[in-house]
Design a protein around this ligand. Structure first.
Ligand code: ASP
Ligand code: MG
Length: 407
């Protein structure tokens, strides 16, 4: 007998038929003799709809009242699912975040989970109940309801798995798992049997949003194995776990991120301390910088380029405006929004030289120009024109996956 946590996203519980589909998955798991704790998101677009409703009433509603409203979405889906499970004849109880023991920080709208007190859930398990818990929420030290930030239900599920020492944490969604590239766009994209936490984190931050990043970080910290799978097809999904030999896969995926803009400061004096000045100014304003490239100094000057997200472009340009650049002794600041970042991610590349060459060759053969490159132990990213991005993902994916790449 195992303790299994099953999380269902908004599309999996969107309507009556989907609710009964989920109730079927849950009760089959229970009927095999397992203890089951279910975590649900709000149905379909409920959270977006609630946000829109709030805006109609008050554009600047306080975060506290927003959380009071948004927590209702999960309350509805949890109770409805419990009713469906009751209807199938199984013992079940639904619990709000606070009833399930979720104690969070006070930050309304983006609360962190401080701990999950297990007593109530343990009692319900001892009574042989299936438990349905509202995802995405908890209670803070003022006894107010809080939410964990958009997509937070994944994190709720992992937190329960950690606190209750679950044997398995399944994240049911509307895709069948994690793929080597976006299956809607790349033919021959393959479902991965397994992927490491670190690779999953890289892919998620590159826009392959299957799991919320915080949930993967928490799963890594507590060593919780996750399975990402579809509630519709009932096929085995992708296991996310500590790096293992991963079938000797060289790379796990190719991803694209279009939310990037490049900023260049031209003609910076080639002296120590200037990079420090520029980037500490950005950091002090909470601007996250990604790829950084500094040209070789020539005639006493150099160029410094870096990327930021689109939402950070305007503030960056305002901070590093021409007067500021001139103060630094530089000429000017230019930027380019029409770029994209394409990356290959794979724990295997550490021990296999030649991954970068293979990627660059694929781009060269497709006549795609690389503007910037950055690498880490498990990732190689290139910055290219946005118009080339989809084609770049396809040709790189083809190069790594269509032949006999795995060895
Ligand atoms: N319902 C919340 C949202 O849409 C939480 C979640 O889905 O995980 O962000
Ligand atoms: Mg949702």
């Amino acid at each position: 007998m195992a303790l299994i946590v099953q999380k269902f996203g908004g599309s999996s519980v969107a309507n009556k038929d989907r609710l009964f589909n989920v109730a079927d998955i849950v009760t089959r798991t229970y009927a095999k003799g397992n203890k089951v704790i279910v975590v649900v998101s709000a149905q379909g677009d409920t959270t977006d709809d609630l946000i829109a409703k709030a805006k109609e009433v008050n554009e600047d509603a306080s975060k506290r009242e927003m959380d009071m409203l948004l927590t209702a979405g999960e309350q509805m889906s949890a109770s409805l699912l419990a009713m469906a499970i009751e209807k199938l004849g199984y013992p079940v109880v639904s619990l709000l975040g606070w009833q399930a023991g979720f104690v969070t920080s006070t930050a309304y709208g983006s609360a962190r989970i401080k701990r999950v007190e297990p007593d109530r859930m343990q009692k319900e398990l001892d009574k042989k109940n299936i438990i349905v818990v509202t995802g995405f929420q908890g209670i803070n030290r003022y006894d107010d309801m809080t939410t964990l930030g958009r997509g937070g239900s994944d994190t709720s599920a992992v937190a329960i798995a950690a606190a209750m020492h679950a044997d398995l944490c399944q994240i049911y969604t509307d895709v069948e798992g994690v793929y080597t590239a976006d299956p809607r766009k790349v033919k021959n994209a393959q479902k991965l049997e397994a992927i490491s936490y670190d690779e999953m984190l890289e892919l998620a931050s590159l826009g392959a949003q299957v799991l919320n990043n915080r949930s993967v970080e928490m799963a890594k910290k507590y060593g919780i194995e996750l399975e990402v799978l579809s509630s519709m097809t009932r096929k085995p999904g992708t296991i996310v776990k500590e790096a293992v030999k991963m079938e000797e896969m060289l790379i796990s995926g190719v991803a694209k991120d279009e939310d990037v803009a490049r900023v260049s400061i031209i003609g910076v004096p080639d002296r120590p301390g200037l990079a420090f000045k520029i980037f500490s100014k950005l950091a002090a304003n909470n601007i996250n910088v990604d790829i950084i490239l500094q040209s070789v100094g020539r005639n006493g000057t150099k160029d410094i380029s870096f990327t930021v997200s689109h939402s950070n472009l305007k503030p960056t340009i305002e901070l590093l405006n021409t007067p500021y650049a001139e103060q630094l002794g530089a000429n000017t600041v230019v930027y380019d929004e029409n770029i994209a970042k394409v990356s290959v991610v794979g724990a295997g590349m550490e021990s296999h030289p030649g991954t970068a060459a293979k990627m660059f060759e694929a781009l060269f053969d497709a006549n795609i120009n690389i503007r910037m490159i950055s690498t880490s132990e498990i990732k190689i990213s290139v910055l290219i024109d946005r118009a080339d991005a989809d084609r770049a993902v396809s040709v790189i994916h083809e190069r790594f996956f269509d032949k006999t790449q795995q060895h």
